[in-house]
Design a binder for this molecule. Structure first.
Ligand code: ATP
Ligand code: MG
Ligand code: FE
Length: 345
């Protein structure tokens, strides 16, 4: 069976093709293509929803053709078209959903709406070192920061989450304060390489709260206060401030992940989402888990941020688990706000 996956929830258009050989074997990624709108949105300092939708329209068919060509697969050979149904920007989601359902109608194929966060969560299964269930998942993206207990595909128990900003948002907003271009996360991480993590004392909110919740909104205020205090001297200290900001975010993510592992008694951690690409986070999680005899799994670096492969993979794994309900009803809708726990039957 061949599953086409289309991602268009935010500022990346992603298309990918996954093959499911049988009910047991891990689905294989045959081809994928991605177009990032980062350069287009950079002038505005963030994603402009209307521009995002329009660009998805321009990109999605050429990307689909590229993927089919790469894989040497004809359109007529597809068995299922999966798309991101939410959460995300409504107009952007509608493009992927509309195209997927139009393809379904034209080719008489079933379609399946996929949860974007389930895509992130299952993205490590695309790599060379796929995890086994059960595990604790640390989902750290631009819009979400959650710890979950994952017992199987479709079984996602929320253990804790951010009460305000997401970790990616904390990176992005702090980066903006330091004058870095959107999206700030990777830029801040790069700048931090030349700085000292202990240079500035920044808060670690909720670190000792005893819960598995996070709070990052106070951090950007602390960064702003620090930047104002430095005044004209800020340019000489941006690397130190970036390093200290990154250290604060990473320390909280690592400590809460370890606490979640300890409380749940599970011995495996899976990291997913854009912030999962962060080198300091990976190094500290690797060290902490190795010291405790715990395993940690990541998506491949290029699959941490949004992509079509994770959407095709999530669809494939739901189909294999018998959880998917592909449909020939092409009257699609999208769910801009949609909690992952709401799909766990
Ligand atoms: P969501 O998945 O919650 O809807 P999203 O799709 O915008 O949000 P992702 O694509 O998973 O989020 O990740 C983007 C986020 O990851 C951005 O906030 C970006 O700054 C951050 N990010 C990417 N690379 C790094 C890095 N190396 N270090 C820190 N943050 C990073
Ligand atoms: Mg993005
Ligand atoms: Fe995402």
């Amino acid at each position: 069976r061949l599953i086409l996956g289309i991602e268009s929830s935010c500022d990346e258009t992603g298309v990918a093709l996954v093959r499911v050989r049988d009910a047991k074997a891990r689905p294989e990624l045959l081809a994928q293509a991605l177009h990032s709108q980062i350069a287009m949105h950079q002038a505005y300092g963030g994603v402009v929803p209307e521009l995002a939708s329009r660009d998805h329209i321009r990109r999605v068919l050429p990307l689909t053709q590229a993927v089919l060509q790469q894989a040497g697969v004809a359109l007529s050979a597809l068995d299922l078209v999966a798309f991101t149904r939410g959460p995300g920007l409504a107009g952007a989601l509608l493009v992927g959903a509309g195209v997927a359902c139009a393809m379904g109608a034209a080719l008489d194929l079933p379609v399946l709406g996929v949860h974007h966060l389930e895509g992130h969560l299952l993205s490590p299964f695309l790599g060379a070192d796929p995890p086994e269930f059960p595990f604790v998942a640390l989902l750290v993206s631009g819009g979400h920061t959650q710890l979950m207990r994952v017992d199987a595909v479709g079984s996602y128990e929320l253990l804790g989450e951010t009460v305000d900003d997401a970790a990616g948002e904390a990176f992005d907003k702090s980066a903006k304060l330091l004058g870095l271009p959107y999206p700030g996360g990777p830029a801040l991480a790069r700048l931090a390489e030349g700085g000292r993590a202990e240079a500035f004392k920044l808060p670690r909110p909720l670190l000792h709260s005893g819960t598995l919740d996070f709070s990052f909104a106070g951090l950007k205020t602390a960064v702003l206060t620090q930047a104002r205090k430095l005044g004209e001297d800020l340019p000489a200290h941006t690397a130190d401030l970036a390093a200290s900001t990154q250290a604060a975010i990473v320390e909280v993510l690592v400590k809460k992940s370890l606490a979640a592992l300890q409380q749940s008694g599970l011995r495996r951690l899976v990291v997913a989402g854009g912030v999962g690409a962060n080198a300091r986070l990976r190094a500290q999680l690797d060290a902490a888990c190795a010291a405790r005899g715990l395993r940690v799994h990541y998506p491949e670096l290029h699959l941490c941020t949004d992509n079509g492969a994770m959407i095709a993979m999530a669809a494939a794994m739901r189909v294999q688990a018998g959880l998917a309900r592909p449909t020939r009803d092409y009257a699609f809708d999208v769910l801009p706000r949609w909690s992952l726990q709401d799909i766990a039957a």
